[in-house]
Design a protein around this ligand. Structure first.
Ligand SMILES: [Zn+2]
Length: 503
């Protein structure tokens, strides 16, 4: 045992050392907060918003030239801040291959002097802009075995939807495309399925099929396919004709805009300064697309500027890049501006299947996205308590006088509705930082996906504090002592363990 005097001396040394350490840590924290305060200003935030959400960018719709202008702007900011170009790329753009499935503007189907009216009686799931003409052959369900002994070369085949076992309209669609391939292989020029569901109204089906849809491109896109249509046949009239007559049907399709849509994610990175930790990556994401222009009448604003959704997210991402590049953290940090979020999280989906930095070396995804805010005293984090970064988030917002709350509407499942989910599904801990949201109330709906979502109606003073909090949170996560992971029991914990080989 130590003598009392010596013990006192030791005690003084320990306390002094602790005080020095605390002041060192404190001054480190103070230093970065000071730098963030100097770098992230109302002007720097507002000018980025002002550009990205301008009328000139016409709502940044995926596939539009204005979205490419936004991508160029982001890339040039990366260059200005000194971000590196990702390995295997020659510039800041990651090409993303999308495909638009567009319905005909007009179409007609005539058979046995009976006319099916487009979008009333008939819809086309695919088909080129041209006319088709051929005898009709009825092929039961249109499955492989239904063609035994039937010659359909040059003919239009008619079939029942689904199969004997499958009679739910939900499952019809995928099966239809399979049947289309079979019919094509057999030499038919088109496939018409006779829709007869009682449990899903035809009108609903028409509406959902009439909308243009975008998806990630697949093998075979752009190759010529036979046309595929659904024809309403609740009382079996068309089926009867197809089974008994031997006349020709005529089909005319025009105005379909199906085709490949080239787009891009914008990616750059900052190498970490720790010799080991720099081999792993924090991926920061924000989508830069929005929903474009919809004409609403001669006196109405038609441009959906998307200032809240998600120009503020991109501005925040860029402010983070600026600070991180000048204050390199331990881990490497990737900045990824994503395309086509509004079309179904397509840019992040593409990245998930074509990662530039290996996903098992990506220890965290910090996403920012949102539709608006109704509380300027807080930031909201979708998934606040689901990973190991909770304390860092609380610390970051507090430094700039804000509070933080978790998802106020878990029943809306927001966690799985933004780009973070395409990282989560691969196992990467991934959360979304968003402006202060306490409920989906009138204040949110006033701007969410509305033409009025413009910079002029935003609180720049709040958004600057909010941006600073985000930047600091990113900095803290990129300097994590221990790599953050999913909380025990989270639905993505297992896939995460598999990804990183934890067990
Ligand atoms: Zn969004």
């Amino acid at each position: 045992m130590l003598k009392p005097q010596k013990y006192l001396f030791m005690k003084i040394i320990i306390i002094t050392t602790a005080l020095i350490l605390i002041s060192v840590f404190n001054s480190d924290a103070q230093k970065i907060v000071k730098k963030i305060n100097a770098s992230v200003t109302e002007k720097s935030v507002e000018s980025k918003l002002g550009f990205l959400a301008s009328d000139e960018l016409r709502g940044r719709d995926t596939g539009s030239p204005e979205l490419d202008i936004a991508a160029r702007y982001i890339a040039e900011k990366y260059r200005e801040y000194g971000l590196q170009i990702a390995p295997n790329l020659s510039n800041y753009f990651q090409p993303v291959q999308l495909y638009r499935e567009s319905n005909a503007k007009t179409a007609q189907f005539v058979y046995n002097d009976k006319i099916a009216v487009y979008k009333k009686d008939i819809v086309f799931l695919s088909g080129d802009n041209k006319s088709y003409q051929g005898e009709v052959a009825f092929v039961n369900y249109g499955l492989e075995e239904d063609y035994n002994g039937v010659d359909v070369k040059g003919k239009i085949v008619m079939a029942l939807p689904g199969t004997k076992e499958v009679n739910s309209p939900r499952e019809y669609r995928d099966l239809s495309f399979e049947k289309q391939k079979i019919a094509q292989k057999k030499g038919a020029i088109g496939l018409v399925e006779l829709y007869k569901s009682n449990n899903r109204p035809w009108k609903l089906t028409v509406n959902s099929l009439s909308r243009d849809q975008m998806r990630v491109a697949r093998k075979g896109d752009g190759e010529e396919m036979i046309f595929l249509a659904w024809l309403a046949d609740a009382n079996g009239e068309w089926e009867k004709i197809a089974k008994t007559t031997k006349s020709e049907a005529k089909v005319m399709i025009s105005g379909s805009l199906s085709g490949k849509v080239p787009s891009k994610n914008v990616i750059g990175w900052v190498e970490g300064k720790h010799p080991e930790k720099k081999k792993e990556f924090l991926v920061m994401t924000a989508h830069y697309d929005h929903i474009g222009v919809t004409y609403r009448g001669p006196e109405e604003d038609s441009i959906y500027n998307g200032a809240r959704d998600n120009a503020i997210g991109v501005a925040t991402l860029l402010e983070t890049a600026k600070v991180i590049a000048e204050n390199r953290p331990d881990y490497s940090v990737v900045f990824l501006a994503l395309t086509a979020e509004e079309k179904g999280l397509l840019g992040s989906s593409w990245y998930g299947s074509h990662p530039i930095f290996p996903l098992n070396k990506t220890f965290f995804n910090f996403n920012t996205d949102g539709g608006g805010y109704n509380d300027t005293t807080i930031a909201t984090v979708i998934g606040l308590n689901r990973t190991g970064v909770t304390e860092n988030l609380k610390k970051a917002v507090a430094a700039f006088g804000l509070g933080v709350t978790d998802d106020p509407v878990p029943e809306q499942n927001l966690f799985d509705r933004s780009d973070n989910v395409n990282f989560a599904r691969e196992g990467v801990p991934a959360i979304t930082f968003t402006c202060g949201l306490t409920a989906f109330d009138a204040e949110i709906f006033k701007y969410y996906h509305q033409a009025g979502d413009e910079v002029e109606s935003m609180d720049i003073s709040y958004l600057t504090k909010y941006t600073k909090s985000f930047v600091y949170a990113a900095y803290l996560i990129a300097n994590s002592k221990e790599k953050p992971f999913w909380k025990t029991g989270d639905k993505y914990e297992e896939v995460g363990k598999k990804l990183y080989g934890y067990n």
